[in-house]
Design a binder for this molecule. Sequence first.
Ligand SMILES: CC(C)(COP(=O)(O)OP(=O)(O)OC[C@H]1O[C@@H](n2cnc3c(N)ncnc32)[C@H](O)[C@@H]1OP(=O)(O)O)[C@@H](O)C(=O)NCCC(=O)NCCS
Length: 209
Amino acid sequence: MKEKIVIVGAGGFGREVEWLLNRVNRFNILGYIDDNIIKGTQITDLNVIGNIDDISKLDDEINIVIAIGNSITRKKIVEKIKKIKKVKFPNIIDPSVIIDEKFLKGEGNIICAGTIATVNIKINNFNIINLDCTIGHDVEVKDFVTIYPSVNISGNVILNNCIEIGTGTQIIQGKVINENSIIGAGSVVIRDIESNVTAVGVPTRILQK
Ligand SMILES: CC(C)(COP(=O)(O)OP(=O)(O)OC[C@H]1O[C@@H](n2cnc3c(N)ncnc32)[C@H](O)[C@@H]1OP(=O)(O)O)[C@@H](O)C(=O)NCCC(=O)NCCS
């Protein structure tokens, strides 16, 4: 029998995660959870079945996937759910992904179609690796990292907690991106990036606040 799952986040990425779950074909998807959309609203063939507080009413074996790209928001939601109820956060990996799953020791990771990850990679918890990314040898992806589509990450790069990497970005080998920073779409990272900044361009420059 298929395991039950709900998708938190009924936006565009939520619908992509529904598509991904159907490709994975391991789960019975009950519907969406969203704090900003009225219960009963139809999203696809599935409806919004409640808000985050309603997770407490779901059965004990429930699986949850957090389909929210914003790293900080995703972290807050996971922390809230963990206070409300003990649930399972499975890793959801598209069947087309090339990865050695022994590198995925944590929980709550989503890896979308077309991504290739090579050797000795560490991927911790609640990361999203969107469509068509490449991840080279010895890369470390810590927690709550969001990598948007078509990002190329060279060997020995370290991606620290709660960073977001815009679509089409390239990162050369050995660079470190520190906590809570955002890399703009189409950037080329050739230096380490400090924490709590937004960096854009080729090569990246830090946007002044
Ligand atoms: C970097 C980013 C977060 C900045 O957003 P923002 O804080 O709202 O910044 P603004 O749009 O006000 O732009 C500020 C400046 O940065 C520049 N800029 C913004 N994004 C840039 C990018 N990706 N590359 C180069 N320059 C960029 C703007 O031209 C502007 O420059 P100016 O001050 O000289 O006019 C956003 O532009 C971005 O690239 N996000 C990634 C989105 C993405 O990959 N989505 C994938 C969804 S699946």
